[in-house]
Design a protein around this ligand. Structure first.
Ligand code: GAL
Length: 499
């Protein structure tokens, strides 16, 4: 049995070593989340997400009636009609090895048992999103291995809409940019084993002034389900300021979604203004934005990675399986090219614009480290054709993604550490722990930490997550961190599962 990914190229982000793993080389590694939520009697599409040399041979035992695994390891079918957990045993072999894992299909009301992973159109395409962009991105996610590392959702954000609804009130897609409507897009994604996300707003208009969902919850939810949607991001522009109204409006849409025959993850996007961590879970939200929109910068006040992480880190108590704090999408790969994220509007009425250069290599690595450690939804949002090798390495590191997707579902917490260095600790389901250090200052810092009090007793295997190097049974960690650099380690009891 083997689960060590196959390294291909050694890169650096600042002084941090990063390995670019080839997702199609080496022995099989099962990257799927170990717990998958689905509502009773609804469609399940779930890729077992296996990297390694092709061809792969899948053996899946214990699937409940109604579900099958296809030759690409994608579970498909209809979930059992009654709530309950089903353990399936997965064995995958190829010419160089075999890997085994147990995956739980949890039939019930809770979806997103691990943070959703995928892609969203907004940061890079803004109002220019089209059906072609969505399908092309989905194909790229299969071709570049992202699907096999666990990325599943391809989310259409604002501006998919026609100018107005149909005469009967049904939502309509823009006939120029989505010529066949949304359904063929969902079909194309589902055929690849991926899922479709759609977007609306709890008012009469969306933030981009397309028609919103308020008052049309039932017909919208029914239409989204008929189109094959698997996720709805529900924004809050043009809606009343108070929390009671927000709760009522999110409840109305969540109930409409639950009345459909699909499992639709509900993403609450009111930017943290009404403390959604206190109520969004109760109104059916699977994750909720905790801040305003992220911009492509590390340290620009609260718009950048550091400010957003600073706020999100304080909310660790509220995160858990099925209910995640969302510090907004990933900027990795944008490098200042994002149509939306690289232009920060400031001043009276936002009349002045600052052009942002984007994250440098070390900052991009720190961004991914923090989001993985915070159990944040991982939604890439760049043109997948333009990311360089380092961006790919940052988005597809199996050790880092396994920490984010860990079944215990704990958000990493800040523990005491050196001034200017954030030390985060995230307990893992296998009894181990992930530990990261981020230098949030512009000056070099030295980190020396005795981790004995943080890790389990007994023999340990510590790995450097970004390089994949096995460090053995060590209890003290030391690193020199340049401006905005991070390091990340995973310590697991010897003999425990790697993920
Ligand atoms: C914002 C939201 C962004 C994006 C945008 C679309 O309110 O935070 O993520 O969805 O609206 O107009």
């Amino acid at each position: 049995m083997s689960s060590t990914p196959s390294p291909t190229r050694q890169l650096t982000a600042g002084s941090t070593r990063v390995t670019l793993f080839d997702p199609f080389a080496g022995p099989p590694r099962i990257n799927s989340a170990r717990r998958v939520g689905v509502r009773p009697g609804t469609e399940l599409i779930h890729p077992l997400a296996v990297t390694g040399e092709r061809p792969l041979r899948f053996e899946v035992d214990g699937l409940p009636e109604g579900l099958t695994a296809d030759a690409d390891g994608i579970l498909r079918g209809t979930a059992p009609g009654e709530p309950g957990d089903h353990e399936i045993r997965v064995r995958v072999s190829n010419a160089v090895g075999t890997s085994e894992a147990t995956v739980q299909i949890c039939v019930g009301s809770v979806l997103a048992l691990t943070p959703p992973m995928g892609w969203n159109s907004w940061n890079v395409y803004g109002e220019r999103v089209t059906a072609e962009v969505i399908v092309k991105t989905a194909e790229q996610m299969v071709a570049n291995g992202m699907r096999d590392l666990g990325y599943q959702y391809v989310n259409i954000d604002d501006h998919w809409h026609a100018d107005s609804r149909a005469d009967d009130g049904a939502p309509l897609a823009n006939p120029d940019t989505f010529p066949g409507g949304i359904r063929p897009v969902a079909d194309a994604l589902h055929a690849l084993g991926l899922k479709l996300g759609i977007y609306s707003d709890a008012a009469h208009l969306t933030c981009g002034k397309c028609f919103g969902g308020f008052g049309y919850e039932k017909i919208d939810a029914t239409s989204y389900a008929a189109w094959g949607a698997d996720l709805l991001k529900y924004d809050y522009c043009y809606a009343p300021r108070d929390r009671a109204s927000a709760k009522a409006r999110y409840t109305a849409m969540s109930q409409a979604l639950k009345a459909t025959d699909r499992s639709i993850v509900f993403s609450v996007c009111e930017w943290g203004r009404r403390k959604p961590w206190l109520w969004a879970k109760d109104v059916g939200g699977s994750y909720w934005r905790t801040t305003l929109d992220i911009f492509d910068t590390f340290s620009w006040l609260f718009f950048g990675v550091r400010g957003i992480a600073h706020r999100n880190l304080k909310l660790a108590d509220y995160a858990g399986p099925g209910a995640w704090n969302d510090p907004d999408m990933l900027l990795i790969g944008n490098r200042g090219r994002g149509h939306v994220t690289s232009r920060l509007k400031i001043g009276p009425k936002g009349r002045s614009t600052i052009k942002l250069r984007g994250l440098d290599d070390a900052e991009a690595l720190s961004h991914m480290t923090l989001w993985a450690m915070m159990a944040a939804p991982l939604l890439a949002s760049h043109d997948l054709a333009t990311g360089n090798d380092l961006d790919t390495a940052l988005l597809t590191n199996p050790h880092v993604l396994a920490v984010n997707q860990d079944g215990l579902g704990q958000q990493g917490r800040k523990v005491r550490s050196a001034p200017g260095v954030w030390q985060l600790v995230k307990p893992l389901a296998n009894g181990g722990v992930a530990i990261s250090f981020t230098n949030v200052t512009r000056m070099p810092r030295t980190v020396e930490a005795d981790i004995s009090g943080l890790v389990p007793t007994g023999e340990l295997m510590v790995i450097d997550a970004w390089s994949g190097e096995e460090l053995g049974d060590v209890r003290s960690l030391a690193a020199k961190l340049g401006r905005h650099e991070s390091v990340m380690y995973v310590a697991r009891p010897v003999g425990a599962a790697t993920a």
